[in-house]
Design a protein around this ligand. Structure first.
Ligand SMILES: Cc1cc2nc3c(=O)[nH]c(=O)nc-3n(C[C@H](O)[C@H](O)[C@H](O)COP(=O)(O)O)c2cc1C
Length: 197
């Protein structure tokens, strides 16, 4: 049941969406998921994303529930490097991979229902709206997770940096430094340094 996994009707939740690229390699990207009901979701994808190309080709994707802060940053910000390797995924019931380390996942069949253009401070973008029907839900790690502010800070930073915004960078890094395990924060810091932004 999607609602038991936090996909409440009317809410937007952040998932790592995994798909197969045309060469069979796995692709991962954070995406907002709009929940219409227990078996129905909506994705709004920017034209030009690999996720949209892969779903258009394969007709499916997996929505992964994960609290992996580094993965949110990497999969939002790395365009051409693989964010996940073959060994980190398995095939779901559909032709889309799931993250073996995820807490749970939902595999969806998806198709574009409409598209529109959006003009905002970031310029003009073209959005495809996809409707997804849930075909498989699996809980891989059945224990509850205590929320950690460092994870939410990482998600906010991933959004900011993917939009070229850096105003909150130091504040968000401070939260991550204070609340994430030291090793995790070091990995994030190293990754951000490697971006050379
Ligand atoms: C938390 C979060 C939510 C995001 N939601 C969306 C979204 O709903 N639609 C979208 O097109 N991009 C979204 N993005 C941006 C994509 O993740 C980013 O453009 C990514 O590089 C796309 O990767 P891909 O080309 O492998 O699909 C989001 C980023 C973050 C960090």
């Amino acid at each position: 049941m999607l609602s038991e996994l936090g996909f409440k009707k009317g809410s937007v939740v952040e998932c790592i969406v995994t798909t197969y690229n045309s060469d069979g390699s796995p692709n991962a990207a954070p995406m907002g998921v709009y929940t219409l009901g227990d078996a129905e979701v909506v994705l709004k994808l920017h034209r030009g994303s690999d996720t949209l190309a892969n779903i258009s080709r394969e007709g499916c994707a997996v929505l992964n529930i994960t609290y992996d802060a580094l993965l949110f940053l990497k999969s939002a910000l790395l365009k051409y490097s693989p964010e996940v390797s073959h060994s980190e995924v398995s095939r779901s019931k559909l032709n889309a991979p799931y993250l073996k380390a995820a807490h749970a996942y939902a595999a969806i069949e998806a198709k574009a229902v409409k598209s529109y253009s959006l003009s905002d401070s970031l310029g003009e973008s073209h959005i495809s709206v996809l409707k997804g029907m849930v075909k498989e839900v699996k809980v891989l790690k059945p224990f509850p997770q205590a929320p950690c502010r460092g994870f939410f800070a990482a998600v906010e930073l991933a959004i900011d940096l993917s939009r070229g915004k850096r105003e909150r960078e130091e504040q968000l890094k401070r939260i991550m430094r204070r609340t994430l395990p030291a090793r995790e924060y070091r990995e994030i810091e190293e990754f951000l340094r490697s971006l050379n932004i």
